[in-house]
Design a protein around this ligand. Structure first.
Ligand code: ZN
Length: 180
């Protein structure tokens, strides 16, 4: 098991030099900018972070965010838990010039001092990881269910009409058609 509490402040360059791994959770209720975008502030996100120096000497912070966030389904407008599972790779830089030199697989994280307020960075990444359009799985979406239910009802109704009709009359009609 891992310590569920992530440090408030970190020294990311030092952590890159020592190749640290960090894992923990944030309650969505503690991420104010994020939960302004959500239906409610329940749930939590699991954060896994890896710090290191790559073959080109770039100090990085890579991470994976997993969890589910409450959003409104854009099909049925009911609340849903939208799954989040996203990764990011940040190149740790101290200047705009260094940021511009980063290879494309890193997003720059411009450091202003030695310490970083970790939650802010993770919150930014979570906001980027939100689905643009949240929709239930088809099997769970009320609108899809209602459409299916309506189709089933229509079928039953049509079958019901058939039952009421005299089957012999239908047969007779068929016969008289084939005779002519
Ligand atoms: Zn839905």
């Amino acid at each position: 098991m891992f310590d569920e509490r992530l440090p408030v402040h970190i020294d990311p360059l030092r952590m890159a030099e020592t190749g640290r791994l960090l894992e923990g959770r944030y309650a969505i209720a503690d991420l104010e900018r994020l939960h302004d975008l959500l239906l409610e502030s329940s749930g939590e996100v699991v954060v896994s972070l890896e710090f290191g120096i790559d073959a080109e000497g770039i100090r990085y912070m890579k991470g994976r965010l997993q969890g589910a966030v409450p959003l409104e389904c854009q099909r049925c407008l009911q609340p849903m838990q939208a799954p989040i599972d996203s990764t990011f790779a940040l190149g740790l830089v101290r200047s705009i010039e260094a940021a511009e030199k980063l290879p494309a697989h890193y997003e720059p994280l411009l450091l202003e001092g030695d310490t970083l307020f970790l939650r802010d960075v993770i919150e930014d990444e979570l906001i980027l990881a939100l689905p643009l359009v949240a929709k239930h799985d088809e099997s769970q979406c009320i609108e899809v269910k209602q459409r299916v239910a309506a189709a089933v009802k229509r079928n039953d109704y049509e079958r019901g009409e058939d039952k009421k009709a005299n089957p012999f009359a239908a047969l007779a009609a068929l016969k008289s058609n084939s005779n002519t």
